[in-house]
Ligand binder design. Structure first.
Ligand code: CA
Ligand code: CA
Length: 356
């Protein structure tokens, strides 16, 4: 099947030529871009918003789109030591191989859903993964507007297994793996802002859709607050990388627990609680880097102007969930006091799963 996709799309690989950016080009329908080549992405945008993201929502498919950008791009090694081409679309081109890896367990449902859109619009798998991730993230209230560069070749190789970090990996192992491809421990924290609009579907399938914070459709800083609260109960079966969570229905990954409390990253983690705008700008910066792992960005065309501007979140200040207070915090940053937060009013409630 993978070979078939390659043949069908091989022609795209050589067809991208970066046109000079000039004044605005009219794509029709009141839409303009800097580079005329980017007009071709509006039909893709309209199609996936309607038919993949159920009307531009920040639900399961949007979460999975962001997740897919990670699982495609992180499968790389600096200087190609052990193979893996990064953000090259290999996770779609060789989905049958890569979704058999433990770290990609369950992603076959996502790749099966995404592949037809890339084929229908004749865009490369590498571009499509990053485009869908950027559009999916933009559907979340308060979300980032991620850079989108187009023009990745559609020729890729299946990545080797073992390159994508797992929830049960130690902080040491995750940091070493990420440093392999040029991300510092602090940048790992910035990347984990994605968990503000995420849920787990595969770590424990019995509680599929259980989110990592209480506001999984809003790109806010609640994830960084709630992940520092003392865990009290398992939402799932307590295996495969799950640790105790502070809120019923919320799922806590062992890797998030470890990184939030690690001396190398605890202060970055805590610092993101107090500034939504900092969280957004840092996430945009690291995602721009992630999207071109294994690529030469100078050969790509900036089509970021096709990505929708996210709606603003109503509440932009972090707070303790109902029933929680400073007494429930496990602060881990020695250098700076934990910020002063209010407690949300209302009864303690369970966080609902995110399912389309
Ligand atoms: Ca890849
Ligand atoms: Ca959130």
């Amino acid at each position: 099947m993978a070979v078939q996709y390659l043949l069908a799309l091989a022609a795209i690989a050589t067809s991208v030529v970066a046109a000079p950016a000039t004044s605005q080009v009219n794509c029709g329908g009141g839409r303009t871009v800097k580079n005329a080549a980017c007009c071709a992405w509006f039909p893709v945008l309209d199609d996936i918003q309607e038919n993949l993201f159920s009307g531009a929502t920040c639900m399961e498919e949007a979460h999975e789109a962001v997740r897919l950008t990670f699982h495609d791009a992180l499968a790389a090694q600096r200087e190609g030591k052990f193979g893996g081409g990064g953000a090259d679309g290999s996770i779609l081109a060789f989905s049958d191989i890569e979704t058999s890896f433990q770290a990609n367990f369950g992603l076959e449902f996502t790749t099966e859903g995404f592949i037809p859109f890339a084929l229908a619009h004749n865009v490369s798998f590498g571009d499509f993964v990053q485009f869908a991730g950027a559009v999916g993230a933009s559907n979340c209230l308060g979300g980032p507007r991620l850079q989108f560069l187009a023009g990745r070749s559609n020729i890729s190789q299946p990545s080797p297994d073992g390159l994508v970090p797992e929830p049960f990996d130690s902080a040491d192992k995750i940091f070493a793996r990420m440093e392999d491809i040029g991300f510092s421990p602090v940048e790992v924290v910035d990347l984990l802002s994605a968990h503000s609009v995420s849920a787990q579907y595969e770590v424990d399938t019995d509680v599929a859709g259980s989110p990592f914070d209480s506001t999984p459709s809003i790109f806010d800083t609640q994830f960084f607050v709630e992940s520092l609260l003392k865990g009290t109960a398992f939402t799932g079966n307590g295996q495969g990388g799950e640790v105790l969570s502070p809120i019923p229905g919320e799922f806590r990954l062992q890797s998030d627990f470890a990184i939030s409390r690690d001396t190398r990253t605890a202060c970055e983690w805590q610092s993101l609680i107090s500034s939504h705008s900092t969280m957004v700008s840092k996430f945009e910066a690291v995602m721009a880097k992630l999207a071109v792992v294994g690529q030469d960005p100078r050969k790509l065309i900036d089509c970021s102007d096709v990505i929708p501007v996210p709606a603003t979140a109503k509440v932009q200040v972090a707070a303790f969930p109902p029933g929680k207070s400073r007494a429930d915090v496990e602060p881990a940053c020695a250098a700076t006091p934990f910020p002063s937060l209010a407690t949300m009013p209302g009864p303690v409630t369970s966080v609902a799963p995110v399912l389309d």
